[in-house]
Design a protein around this ligand. Structure first.
Ligand SMILES: [Zn+2]
Length: 265
């Protein structure tokens, strides 16, 4: 059941580089395309997965990449890793640094290690003129205060889970926001309120595959093919048509990741 409203989708955060999706990548890509998802950003979470993201992007049409080390692994970040990310970022398919940030929910690395790794990713984004993809759990206030002090040029809050006040502060910084499966989970109503109030030009769509399977998605790993479910929720929350949501979100992605013909790089 292909329709105009579900073509031209851009999944701005997926991990096709994750072993769970990588092992059947051709089928995952085929299902994505059949669902109208024509562009995907594969996000690195450590150095090897960042390498893999670049590799997938350079061999797959419509796929771009981001390189970074997840806050869960912040404690293991060494100078050599930053150098490796910087070298990878020179590749033409790399459109962002990340994912990075603070996760004070799981605290798999010490908070101090997370802060330091995050700063280094922000430095790298600034140095290379690339937007930074942020993962933030239960650390919104600290992370916002840090960004307000630094005023980085472009950040994307992936899987945004903050409240309306956080959203307003982040929006004042010029941030973009990625929305996905969390809209279908506990707390989804508060998040829909955020989706409703944000200016349209701040909204990106994402799956975070293989994670964050939306309620209503086929059981198993999440895949980019589930992105139309997110489109429906965002469209309902904003009182817009699905095609409007898809088109605006794709334009937003095109601008922030400098993929538009007129964006100069
Ligand atoms: Zn992710």
């Amino acid at each position: 059941m292909e329709s105009a409203s579900t073509s031209g989708l851009f999944d701005t955060h997926c991990h096709l580089n994750h072993p769970r999706l990588l092992k059947h990548l051709p089928a995952v890509l085929e299902r994505a395309r059949a669902a109208g998802v024509s562009q995907m950003l594969v996000v690195g979470y450590d150095v090897p997965s960042s390498q893999k993201a670049v590799e997938i992007a350079s061999t797959t049409a419509g796929v771009v990449s981001a390189v970074g080390v997840h806050p869960h692994d912040a404690a293991s970040v060494e100078d050599g890793d930053l150098a490796a990310l910087r070298a990878l970022a020179a590749h033409e398919t790399v459109v962002a640094i990340g994912e990075t940030g603070l996760d004070f929910y799981r605290n798999l690395s010490s908070q101090q290690a997370q802060r330091s790794a995050f700063e280094r990713h922000l430095d790298l984004g600034e140095e290379l003129g690339l937007p930074v993809i942020i993962h933030c759990r239960e650390a919104q206030d600290e992370l916002l205060a840090g960004l307000e002090a630094r005023q980085p040029s472009a950040v994307i809050w992936h899987a945004f889970e903050g409240n309306e006040t956080h959203a307003r502060r982040a929006a004042d910084l010029g941030s973009l926001f990625g929305f996905g499966g969390l809209l279908t989970r506990t707390g989804g109503d508060q998040l829909k309120q955020v989706v409703r109030e944000l200016p349209a030009e701040r909204i990106l769509l994402e799956t975070d595959s293989p994670y964050l399977l939306p309620t209503g998605g086929a059981r198993g790993d999440n895949e980019p093919a589930n992105l139309p479910l997110i489109v429906q929720i965002v469209a309902e929350a904003r009182g817009e048509s699905a095609s409007q949501v898809v088109q605006t979100a794709a334009e937003n992605a095109c601008h922030v990741f400098r993929l538009c013909p007129d964006s100069g790089s």
